[in-house]
Design a protein. Structure first.
Ligand SMILES: [Zn+2]
Length: 407
């Protein structure tokens, strides 16, 4: 073989080896461009509760947590729904409404302290206008209907304060709906008052969120609601068989037939059955140890022990590819118009997948979708277009309600 041929062969081999790398970096660049170009809406980020536990300034880079302004800009995030999360035990203890109010005030203060960076979004028009002005929108969703406290007029009160979706229940069944985490199914679905809540949300233009509720409650909502609904942070149950917190294929089909959207939760528990089972058994061992040694969970001693235990029992988290697989599952099942992003950032801690550790990493997910041959138009819908379509429709249904009643 002549020297030129040898040289050419060597060059070709180097070229072959580089093909995937060149592709990868081209797709990565494209993903970053699309993240900036499209409106990214994330329907569930637990910033308010995080700041209630430990105050921090999210307008600058924070040392802890999954969200802050600089990282949102890197990730191309435009409209993170701030979760106004109310712990389930306040339903009995009292104080749910006051608690929700305090979290809403936290979000409003973030916006009023940093008008060049953040603004509350009360409508789809707000999100698009603020996107045009380079401002990160902070729409709000209320996780748990407990703060309604049995009074329909409180729904209008929270609407006026900026709430644009309500997750009917959280960890325990409440006066509105049964919870998928609670063995005690009070209502075998939603309560008679819960039906009124759904209709009042339709009338006002608040999206109904079916994450966290039982299957029976989901079917009740689908029967009662005049508007499409969202699952703000649920993944596909076909990956975690039997786990009611995720949404089943039949439910996805019904949700889509009513033009709703399921927004995929990134937590590894939601994404991978293996992770969820191992995490569950780890949690059981920790709780057993605490019980045997009379240690309170969350106490200084408890936290230290749990930290040490976790070091000795690490669990491999899911990967950004696995999250893309959930999106792909919904798309294959019902089409590309019914899936979105509901990360649960600041809510699922260490269980976030590799490649999706904080709000700077949405481009990694877009990159996976590009690798799976998703088109720009598909990706625009998944990133936020679908959620905005549902929100617009909910606004429209509210207008129709008001026109009918002459309000
Ligand atoms: Zn949740």
């Amino acid at each position: 073989m002549k020297r030129e041929q040898l040289f050419l062969l060597a060059a070709l081999c180097v070229g072959c080896a580089n093909v995937p790398k060149v592709n990868e970096s081209r797709l990565r660049h494209e993903a970053e461009t699309l993240a900036k170009r499209f409106i990214i809406v994330d329907t569930h980020i637990d910033v308010p509760y995080r700041l209630r536990e430990k105050t921090d300034d999210v307008s600058v880079r924070t040392l802890t947590g999954d969200f802050d302004y600089p990282r949102a800009i890197v990730g191309g995030l435009n409209a993170p729904f701030m979760s106004i999360y109310t712990p389930a035990d306040l339903e009995e203890k009292g104080g749910a409404k006051t608690h929700a109010d305090s979290l809403i005030s936290i979000v409003q203060k973030i916006a009023s302290d940093n008008p060049a960076k953040f603004a509350i979004a009360y409508s789809v028009a707000d999100v698009t206008n603020q996107f045009g002005r380079g401002i990160v929108s902070l729409p709000m969703g209320m996780e748990n209907g407990s703060p309604i406290e049995g009074k329909l007029e409180n729904i209008k009160y929270f609407y006026d304060r900026g709430i644009r979706y309500i997750t009917l229940a959280h960890g325990k069944s409440n006066h509105i709906s049964d919870s998928s985490y609670d063995k005690d199914e009070k209502w075998n679905g939603i309560s008679p008052f819960g039906e009124k809540v759904v209709l009042e949300m339709n009338r006002l233009g608040i999206m109904v969120d079916v994450s966290h509720i039982t299957d029976s409650a989901f079917y009740d909502v689908m029967r009662v609601s005049h508007a499409p609904v969202i699952a703000s942070h649920s993944s596909c149950r076909s990956f975690t068989p039997g786990w009611q917190r995720n949404i089943s294929d039949d439910m996805i089909k019904l949700l889509a037939s009513n033009a709703g959207v399921v927004c995929i939760n990134f937590g590894s528990d939601f994404i991978s059955d293996e992770y969820r089972r191992r995490d569950e058994s780890r949690r059981d061992s920790v709780l057993k140890y605490f019980e045997e040694h009379n240690i309170e969970r969350g106490s200084e001693e408890g936290r230290k022990w749990e930290e040490e235990y976790s070091k000795g029992h690490p669990i491999a988290v899911a990967d950004v590819k696995d999250v893309a697989a959930h999106i792909d599952h919904v798309v294959k099942l019902v089409g590309v118009d019914y899936v979105g992003i509901g990360s649960d950032f600041d809510g699922v801690g260490d269980s976030l997948p590799t490649g999706l550790k904080d709000v700077s990493q949405y481009p990694n997910l877009i990159c996976e979708l590009l690798k799976m041959d998703y088109t720009e138009s598909d990706i625009r819908k998944i990133c936020g277009g679908n959620v905005l379509r549902v929100w617009s429709r909910v606004e429209e249904v509210a207008r129709q309600f008001r026109n009918r009643t002459g309000e």
